[in-house]
Every structure is written in C-alpha cells, then in structure tokens.
Design a binder for this molecule. Structure first.
Ligand code: DLZ
Length: 159
C-alpha cells in the first residue's frame, strides 16, 4: 500500500481529548511514531496523553477501555509488527487490525490506525517520521482520528 496521497488535515482539534496508545516492541521506530502523533495533536490543538502497552496484540483491549470513556474523543493506536520467519506475523497483525476495527465500531469512538506491518525494520524506519523517513504514520493516524472525532462531535451537536 502506497503512502502517497495522504491528505493534509487542517481540522480544529481544540477541546478534543486524545489517548495515544503505543505498543513497546521496536523502540526506535516506536519513538518516531509517538513523536509524530504528539506533534500532530499539538498542531491541531487537541489535548493528549500517552499510554503504553506491551505489544500490538494488547492494543485492542486497551483501546476499548479508553474508547469506552465518554471523556475520551479519540484513541490513536501505534505499533510496529515486523515479519519474521513464522506465521506469527499474520496472526498478530490480523488480530490487532480486526480488534481495533471492532473497537471503533462497537464504541463509536474514532481509533487512529498507526500500526506498521512491514517485511523488515528498514521499511518501518522509512515510515516512522524520523529524520530521513519518507512518511510519518504516527502523525497521519493522529490527524485521521482527530478529524473523525471532530466530525462525530459536530454530527452529535457537540461542536
Ligand atoms: C510476540 C511478538 C512478536 C513475535 N513480534 C511482535 C512485533 O513485531 N510487534 C509487536 O508489537 N508485538 C510483537 N509481539 C508481541 C505481541 O504483540 C504480544 O505482546 C505477545 O504475544 C503477548 O501477548
């Protein structure tokens, strides 16, 4: 999937509360994703806090917990899953993706999808928003979650 064509988001995030939920595997890449998500929340004016989970597999249950809280307008999920030599990658990647999709629909809370699923570490570094990266997936996930949270708030008559 190409990252070319990602939209520039200019929505006003003032008054929105965002939880940035981050897995802990692949530290350097994760640091880039987290920094990008934080920068984007600041740029759009949304309040944010960071919560860590062990691995990407734990993201859905933690996302559900925060998404259930009426004080939380959006959850931005960040993780890095790198393909190894066994089918483990497919199981963790699809459980994480399916789980987060379910959380967003069941709780009606936007869940930003900032999970990198790559063949190797270099592909992840290229997308981590670090110096030399070509993409900034943490920022993209935060922008999408905030834009959707604003849309839902407006649709629900809360600005
Ligand atoms: C076990 C595992 C493996 C092999 N690889 C990754 C990975 O690349 N990225 C990631 O976020 N987590 C990985 N995990 C850990 C699982 O997500 C999970 O934390 C454990 O299976 C414990 O439930």
């Amino acid at each position: 999937m190409s990252g070319a064509g990602s939209p520039e988001v200019t929505v006003d995030g003032t008054g929105l509360s965002v939880v940035i939920l981050a897995a802990s595997w692949h530290t350097v890449v994760m640091d880039g994703l987290i920094a990008g998500a934080r920068r984007e929340c600041d740029r759009l004016g949304a309040a944010h806090r960071l919560v860590r989970v062990p691995g990407s597999f734990e993201l859905p249950v933690a996302a559900q917990e925060f998404a259930d809280d009426p004080a939380v307008d959006a959850v931005v999920c960040l993780g890095v899953i790198i393909r190894g030599g066994t089918p483990h990658f497919e199981f963790v990647a699809s459980a994480t993706t399916d789980g987060l999709t379910r959380v967003a629909l069941d709780t009606r809370t936007p869940v930003g999808f900032g999970i990198l699923t790559t063949d190797n570490e270099q592909q992840a570094l290229d997308r981590a928003g670090l110096e030399g990266s070509v993409e900034d997936k943490g920022a993209e996930a935060a922008a999408a979650a905030i834009a959707t949270a604003r849309l839902l708030a407006t649709s629900r008559g809360r600005g």
